[in-house]
Design a protein around this ligand. Structure first.
Ligand SMILES: Nc1ncnc2c1ncn2[C@@H]1O[C@H](COP(=O)(O)OP(=O)(O)OP(=O)(O)O)[C@@H](O)[C@H]1O
Ligand code: SF4
Ligand SMILES: [Mg+2]
Length: 332
């Protein structure tokens, strides 16, 4: 890879809960090249959002904090440990963020043009703010931008609200966009349109994108590479094409099976069991209570993430040919 835009090593995020430290992100390493579209996928509660918050050191709760690791951004700058004011200058200007529910992040009492302009003023935008707001709404393909600037969030559709939020995130021309479940709250057609928009923006603006989702189908349509996360750890990474062609980790295999459109006679597949609570993760491989091919070693020894070809995988049986067909034999 050319010098990465973002290089994350051994990121750790902890939560203080009932007087003890609970690890919710346990040594995550990932990299994004300039202009690369990278996915982070895993079921609910795996620590995807906490990873995103950890990258920019901004958490939804004061109980959460960075507990270790390094985050190196464009030009070799370390983001971990930056003083809050310096981090604020980077967040929103060089790193844009978009979250699942636009309603939480848009002020219902202010027109959207005003809110995008605020994002520009906050970062001392040097040009004509009004012209930039119009340019952004046009880029987002919001119909009639001159009228849309004066609209309040409730006067826009869900898809248009999400576009407005993306416009605010891109206002300062960031080099990296972190999008955490940006389409989950939207219906399928609007979801497809927003994914199209993200793809086009990436091509047009050359920004790197970290797309966080629980849906591998969304990754398949958009991302160059993907990291699969389970119970606070990365269990597999690869190019999207290779991950879908030869997933090595039983968890990845299960997630892929869950994205396939089932035959109408078949029930929609989901991996049996649940993501463990970070308060008491299983010993050894954290996936072993749900894994149909677990062996004795899996219960006592945590598998290391080992690189191979274009990818990496953390599974004691990753290179065992019999480990590839796990879910077809045991599908729910
Ligand atoms: N605001 C919060 N306060 C306390 N605990 C939290 C908070 N947000 C997340 N957690 C805990 O941190 C762990 C990781 O959660 P996280 O939100 O990162 O998961 P996720 O992979 O983003 O899931 P989802 O797909 O549901 O968004 C979970 O155990 C969750 O309960
Ligand atoms: S290490 Fe063992 S339990 Fe974990 S995914 Fe691989 S085979 Fe399953
Ligand atoms: Mg989340």
């Amino acid at each position: 890879m050319t010098e990465p835009l973002l290089d994350v090593r051994d990121l750790r995020v902890s939560l203080r809960r009932s007087g003890r430290e609970v690890s919710v992100v346990d040594g995550v390493s990932l990299a994004i090249a300039p202009g690369e579209f990278v996915g982070l996928v895993g079921e609910s509660g795996c620590g995807k959002s906490m990873t995103a918050f950890g990258l920019v050191n901004l958490f939804p709760t004061p109980a959460a904090h960075l507990a270790g690791g390094t985050v190196t951004f464009h030009g070799g700058r370390r983001l971990d440990g930056l003083p809050p004011a310096a981090m604020r200058r980077i967040r929103g200007a060089e790193i844009g963020m978009v979250f699942q529910d636009p309603n939480t992040y848009l002020d219902p009492l202010l027109p959207i043009g005003h809110q995008i302009a605020e994002a520009l003023r906050e970062h001392d935008f040097a040009g004509d703010v009004d012209a930039r707001v119009l340019e952004l709404l046009t880029l987002m393909e919001i119909p009639d931008p001159a009228l849309a600037v004066r609209r309040f969030p409730h006067e826009l559709s869900g898809g248009q609200r999400q576009r407005a939020l993306i416009a605010a995130a891109l206002a300062m021309n960031p080099k990296l966009l972190i999008a955490d479940e940006p389409t989950t709250a939207l219906d399928v057609t609007i979801q497809a349109a927003i994914l199209d928009l993200l793809r086009r923006l990436r091509r047009q603006l050359g920004i790197g994108v970290l797309l966080i989702t629980h849906d591998l189908g969304v990754i398949a349509e958009t991302c160059d590479r993907v990291y699969v996360m389970y119970a606070g750890r990365i269990v597999e990474s690869n190019t999207t094409a290779s991950l879908f062609a030869t997933p090595r980790h039983p968890y990845s295999q299960g997630l892929i099976k869950a994205t396939l459109r089932p035959d109408r006679r078949e029930a929609l597949f989901s991996i049996p069991g649940q993501v463990p609570s970070p308060d008491s993760p299983p010993a050894g491989c954290r996936f072993h209570p749900r894994c149909p091919i677990a062996i004795a070693k899996c219960m006592g020894q945590s598998p290391e993430l080992v690189s191979y070809d274009s990818g990496s995988v953390a599974c004691h049986r990753a290179h065992d040919p019999a480990a590839r067909t796990t879910w077809s034999a045991s599908a729910a």
